[in-house]
Design a protein around this ligand. Sequence first.
Ligand SMILES: O=C(O)CCC(=O)C(=O)O
Length: 377
Amino acid sequence: MEVASEPTRVQSLAQAGLSQVPPQYIQPPQNRPNHPSSSSNVPSISLFGLDPTRRDSVRASIAEACRDWGAFHVTDHGVPATLVRDIKRVGLTFFNDCPVPEKLRYACDPSSAASEGYGSRMLEKDDTVLDWRDYFDHHTLPLTRRNPTRWPDFPPDYRRVVTEYSDRIALLARELLGLISESLGLKTQRLEEAVGGFYQNITISYYPPCPQPELTLGLQAHSDFGAITLLVQDEVGGLEVLKDNDWVPVKPLGGDAVVVLLADQTEIMTNGQYKSSQHRAITNSNRPRLSVATFHDPAKTVKVSPASELISQSTPPLYREVVYGDYVSSWYTKGPEGKRNIDALLSPPFSFPNFALTLHSCDSRELDTFLLHTFTS
Ligand SMILES: O=C(O)CCC(=O)C(=O)O
């Protein structure tokens, strides 16, 4: 178990020149990345600078990507490529050039989930296999949570770049939720209104070279628990998404490309029409890798449920309403284990005690009425 004041940093392990990874980083065989890589690619969608005359075709592409993948690249989306480059540059400079003791000035509180700062382990459980990753988590929105003095000041433009990136990427998240709403026939603001004011965190992940990448994961398989995650990665690559039970590498596109990952609350709000993306990061033995994931979440007090416009007699609600804060607590205490947390919210339509009795004797209209009553009461 780690001692709160002396957390192990993966970068320190890597710099120690180990030839084998310590046992607590070794994944069980079924989770290891020892499979041939799939050759398919996540869809890539240009937003054409949000040109209104292209909106219909962009919306159609987004509908297809959300339905088939839950993950896709967007380009020409309004966040300048220079800013995307800068956020990676400042992150890499901090991790590569700042000595570990200096980084530890920003250490997050290891006893509190999702605390801001420099850290290495994400979950509260002691028995989890550890990720081969260090990270810096920034609390960026709402503005009441944003305090750049808690972020590194090296390189000197670090705080300015993170601030600007936070604002610009939140605008993109809003645009995407608008397009996703429209793609389901909902009014543009529908999903954004259901989420409420964004709680946004920016996590810069640094994956040092690993002596045994075949035994480890940079980040274990999970779906994100919020609404929508926008991720940029460097040219090294290592992000993989699960598609039809195959892990598909997300090849870095460079430029302004941003990976969109639908998260669990979007799966709930869309009543499962769009699924959250299960993803993970693999390591390599040659080069450090960096990614910047920006999470857009509801406030902890927000109640999330399937949008009523998407519920009908033929499409009953698949998920129970959840208070977002409860969902997050469960994620941090139990661990993601793929999508176990969202699976726990699935409505159990066939487990009602009187259902079997009702089913054998009713006609289809009665059955519809029964389902409607059961799922909306
Ligand atoms: O590094 C990556 O590509 C994945 C990062 C990620 O999934 C996360 O921070 O939740």
